[in-house]
Design a protein around this ligand. Structure first.
Ligand SMILES: Nc1ncnc2c1ncn2[C@@H]1O[C@H](COP(=O)(O)OP(=O)(O)OP(=O)(O)O)[C@@H](O)[C@H]1O
Length: 256
């Protein structure tokens, strides 16, 4: 049953095993509504797998989770309908125009009527794509493609936005514009869970978690973590963390 005012995301001992490999190992976390939560960790550490379980698209091996008040296994369809999801691959149709991509996603979400037309206009303006409605998505630059993908993920006005490495391969100016949009959305009450490899992005999150070989090693505000580790940068926090871990593959370090 849905309980009002629950945190946007809670999970306890969330675990996913693929054959003999434990990709996510008893991850427990809580993300309050309206927060921006940054999910960090080296390649292959389990960020996407955790995110996919929280989105209701991958069934956990064990553990429990609730997203927007719904159970991630039993109510997966309710969750999928209520979240906005964007991956680093952007999921755009390159042959379709900007507007056709938005129309396509509006149909997927089952949206129709005057509110959708208004919403598309709002999102085209938000993405800075006014005047480019008839341009093929494939001919847009990386930053615009990224903002169009974000617009598609926001069409149904989701309460929770889940972004899996949304800024990978995008230039610094576009990254900055994108993060300004994310902060503006959070100010309107949207919760954001975002995975990233960029420490400057992590610094601006309300809370961050660092996952390493499937285990959530730390979780807190950027300031709390720097204080806890006695460092002035998050980079140093994570370097300390990784070097303090026994490496499961036995070579003493992870890949960044
Ligand atoms: N469908 C799958 N079948 C088997 N193994 C998988 C599957 N999906 C992920 N894995 C493995 O689980 C581990 C965690 O992968 P995951 O993609 O969650 O990491 P990540 O932190 O998101 O990495 P990246 O930063 O590279 O995206 C990796 O070892 C990966 O190879």
């Amino acid at each position: 049953m849905k309980e009002i005012d629950e945190p946007a995301i809670t999970c306890t001992d969330l675990t996913k095993q693929f054959g003999s490999r434990i990709a996510v190992d008893r991850v427990s976390l809580t993300i309050p509504r309206g927060a921006i939560y940054g999910f960090l960790g080296p390649n292959g550490s389990g960020k996407s797998t955790t995110i996919r379980m929280l989105c209701g698209v991958l069934t956990p091996t064990s553990g429990t989770g609730r997203v927007l008040g719904y159970d991630i296994v039993r109510d997966a369809e309710e969750i999928k309908a209520r979240i906005g999801y964007m991956s680093q691959r952007f999921s755009l149709y390159e042959e379709l125009t900007v507007m056709e991509n938005l129309d396509f996603y509006a149909r997927i979400y089952g949206l129709s009527g005057p509110r959708v037309r208004e919403r598309k206009e709002e999102l085209i303006a938000l993405a800075g794509l006014t005047g480019r409605e008839k341009q093929r998505a494939g001919s847009l630059s990386g930053g615009w493609k990224q903002r169009l993908a974000l617009s598609c993920a926001l069409l149904h006005e989701p309460e929770l936005l889940i972004l899996d490495e949304p800024t990978a391969g995008v230039d610094p100016v576009s990254r900055r514009i994108f993060w300004n949009l994310i902060h503006d959305l959070a100010k309107t009450g949207v919760t954001v869970l975002v995975s990233t490899h960029y420490m400057d992005e992590a610094e601006t999150c309300d809370r961050i978690g660092f996952i390493f070989f499937g285990k959530l090693l730390v979780d807190g505000t950027p300031e709390e973590l720097k204080r806890q580790f006695g460092t002035s940068t998050l980079d140093d926090v994570f370097i300390q963390l990784v070097s303090s871990q026994e490496h499961p593959l036995g070579n003493g370090g992870g890949t960044a």
